[in-house]
Design a protein around this ligand. Sequence first.
Ligand SMILES: Nc1ncnc2c1ncn2[C@@H]1O[C@H](COP(=O)(O)OP(=O)(O)O)[C@@H](O)[C@H]1O
Ligand SMILES: [Mg+2]
Length: 153
Amino acid sequence: MRGNRSGAGGKTGCRHPECAGAGKEYSCRAPGLAQELSARGEFRRVLQVLLNLIGNAIRYSPENSRIEVAIEEGLAGQAHSVHVTDEGPGLTEEEQRKVFERFERLGRSGDGGSGLGLYISHRLAAAMGGELSVSSIKGQGARFTLSLPAFSN
Ligand SMILES: Nc1ncnc2c1ncn2[C@@H]1O[C@H](COP(=O)(O)OP(=O)(O)O)[C@@H](O)[C@H]1O
Ligand SMILES: [Mg+2]
């Protein structure tokens, strides 16, 4: 996991197929590569988790809203985090407690989702010695955070 400590980054149009298909446009503020933070994880599994989080943010957010991917350096250098923040419907406290359970869709149906993405991502994060968590206020967007152990040589 590498990225800009300040969280500043470029603004790009999203090429995700769901955006194109629905005629949606999103702004993604992804971190740059000017500075680096290193964390321990299996590259493809980290990618899988981040794709799931970003895919959810795209799928469950309204048109013309902002999705932000930001990297945060951990306190005392123990773990670093990637935050995926959106301006979608958000989750109640009860929904936040249930959202990592298998096949949990929080009442949605008929859109091709399986309710397994966050369950699998949560387990992958734990398997790598990290954590996947959510914070949200219903109606004010959601923030999913993947934390992984810091890597030091
Ligand atoms: N960023 C988000 N904002 C609001 N709700 C979300 C978000 N991400 C996931 N959810 C809710 O959590 C459920 C489970 O997500 P996930 O495990 O990825 O399965 P799926 O996307 O296939 O439904 C979704 O169906 C949706 O109701
Ligand atoms: Mg999903």
